[in-house]
Design a binder for this molecule. Structure first.
Ligand SMILES: O=C(CO)[C@H](O)[C@H](O)COP(=O)(O)O
Length: 228
């Protein structure tokens, strides 16, 4: 699994802190990435000790991890409510996030938005005064060039994400491509989110505007929890 940003100890502290919020009977959205992975493993240990909880994975990676951790799984189709979701972020500024470093932001947004509470788990390197991380946009393969042109018209600089250990682009769990779109500093995330959502062929973008209810920031000496 690809790890970015801070230390594994910081990520683990954040993930384990958020996992403490999972109560008996809970349905939990399982985020993607190296920090969310620590939360999934911690919930798995609680399940092992008798906790009754079911997980809704947001990606192939989180499904495999949850299975490995012995966690019972369910789907949005099979449940009426998602009590909480625990997910990572590439950058956060207050409750606003940029996600999609693992190209899983489309399913993450569906599950995170369906949850009563979204707990974000992060290391300190993810915090920013203002968002300026490139925004991943998942696009239908046929719309790659037209969406890229629209992104340029919006002032962004799109780059097709390429796979590290394969010739060619990253293909998402949904069979689409990803454009990483650099807009520099993003003064108005809500406005940019609206513009990106309106592009024909853009399946989902990685701006999660105002979506975090809590951010658990893991540090070497403890965890800081911000609530919104
Ligand atoms: O959005 C994501 C995947 O699409 C991840 O949550 C994000 O990339 C953070 O990953 P990590 O915890 O490994 O830094």
């Amino acid at each position: 699994m690809k790890s970015t940003g801070g230390s594994d100890a910081e990520k683990r502290a954040a993930g384990e802190s958020a996992a403490e919020a999972v109560e008996d009977g809970a349905v939990v959205g399982l985020g993607t990435g190296s920090t969310a992975a620590h939360a999934i493993r911690a919930i798995g240990r609680k399940v092992d000790s008798g906790l009754d909880a079911r997980g809704i994975p947001t990606s192939f990676q989180s499904r495999e991890l949850a299975k490995e951790a012995g966690m019972p799984l369910t789907t949005l189709d099979e449940t009426d409510a998602v009590d909480l979701a625990i997910d990572g972020a590439d950058q956060f500024s207050g409750p606003h996030l940029v996600k999609g470093g693992g190209a899983a932001h489309a399913r993450e947004k569906i599950v995170d938005a369906a949850a009563d509470r979204l707990l974000v788990v992060a290391d300190p390197s993810k915090e920013a005064e203002r968002l300026d991380h490139p925004v991943p946009v998942e696009v239908l393969p046929d719309a790659r060039t037209t969406v890229a042109a629209e992104i340029r018209a919006l002032g962004g600089s799109p780059t097709l994400r390429s796979a590290e250990r394969k010739d060619g682009p990253v293909v998402t769990d949904n069979g689409n491509l990803v454009l990483d779109c650099d807009f520099g500093e993003i003064p108005n995330p809500a406005e940019l989110a609206t513009d990106l959502a309106a592009l024909p062929g853009a399946v989902e973008h990685g701006l999660f505007v105002g979506m975090a209810d809590e951010i658990h920031v893991g540090r070497e000496d403890g965890v800081e929890v911000e609530e919104f």
